[in-house]
Design a protein around this ligand. Structure first.
Ligand code: ZN
Length: 335
């Protein structure tokens, strides 16, 4: 049904899935740069289509709205929300004999700015397993948000500008909405603000947020791309308290690695326990793991699952036993 040739391909219909090089036909699960290319013809959700056009101009594509099956050659393709960012999708492919679910990047938790993931059953599961190590059991979302807000309020009370570093697409809008829902207005870096306009055009309300202009405003937080001060400096900032919001914050060294005052484990990827929960929901007979540590395949096999690596995986941060502040010890699963 599928093969791997420098990327996942649905063999019968020659559809490349999330391949970073130009393809005759490419499915794009979401608009992060490591999942798309200027394909000759693309397939994606309507929201991802807007982001794709924003990045690459007006290129030919077919929109696949969530839960609306489309026949392509001998296959029926259906997208489902993946909970990762605007437009992010899982892809269910069914050739009448076998079904395959490709998760793309996904998260099971609720999100303020992305539709909650839905996982249909499938016989073959290709699962994105970025946090496929028990060191990446993240604290509950409410707890993480509570910690972020507490530190942001504290910074504002001290007359400092809270600067939150987050990826331009997805995490920036999520953290903006979390802050504005808590009554903290946000100024966004211009690069982020551009993408936020697409969120707004797709009906996602981000609350009281504006484009950062000449300087910080009292009582406002500022959301910027990662490593902003080296790459995209903003004018007028004085006293600041900096934050990174990333699942990697479960790793104690992340704060130092990213050079921020606080690393908050707010993730847009499934954590270790969520990966198992996703498998439980899909009930596959075969599992192929991608984007994660090789040891995750071993862990699944130890659990009696028929698991294989899809590829050699990307470079992966080796976790340490010691967890960051606020993270739970490994024996306190939230499942
Ligand atoms: Zn992604």
């Amino acid at each position: 049904m599928f093969h791997y040739d420098r990327g996942l391909k649905l063999t019968a219909i020659d559809l490349a899935i999330d391949v970073r090089r130009r393809q005759p036909r490419g499915f794009i699960s979401h608009a992060h740069a490591d999942h798309m290319a200027r394909h000759e013809f693309a397939y994606c959700t309507p929201e991802t289509a807007k982001l794709y056009h924003h990045k690459f101009g007006n290129r030919p594509l077919r929109e696949l709205p969530y839960r609306e099956p489309v026949e392509l050659g001998s296959m029926r393709l259906t997208t489902y929300p993946a909970g990762h960012c605007l437009g992010s999708a899982m892809l269910l492919a069914d050739d009448g004999t076998t079904s395959l679910l490709y998760t793309g990047d996904f998260k099971l938790d609720e999100s303020a700015t992305a539709r909650t993931a839905e996982l249909p059953r499938a016989e073959i599961l290709v699962i994105e397993s970025t946090f496929g190590d028990p060191a990446y059991r993240l604290p509950p979302r409410d707890e993480v948000i509570g910690r972020l807000l507490e530190l942001v309020y504290q910074a504002l009370a001290e007359g400092a500008t809270p600067i939150v570093e987050a990826y331009v697409l997805g995490k920036s809008q999520e953290v903006t909405r979390i802050l504005t829902l808590a009554g903290i207005p946000v100024l966004q870096h211009p690069l982020i603000y551009e993408v936020s306009q697409i969120y707004r055009a797709c009906g996602v309300d981000l609350g009281d947020m504006h484009r950062y202009a000449d300087g910080p405003l009292a009582g406002h937080a500022v959301v910027v791309p990662p490593r902003m001060q080296q790459t995209y400096p903003l004018r007028g900032l004085k006293k600041t308290v900096t934050f990174a919001v990333t699942g990697w914050a479960a790793h104690a060294a992340t704060r130092f690695r990213l050079g921020v005052d606080h690393a908050i484990p707010l993730s847009d990827h499934a954590d270790y326990d969520d990966l198992f929960e996703a498998i439980e929901r899909v009930q596959p007979r075969e599992i192929y793991c991608t984007h994660g540590p090789a040891s995750f395949v071993d862990r699944l096999r130890e659990a009696g699952l028929n698991a294989h690596p899809l590829d050699r995986g990307r470079q992966w941060l080796v976790p340490q036993a010691k967890l960051a502040d606020g993270a739970q010890p490994a024996n306190q699963s939230r499942m």
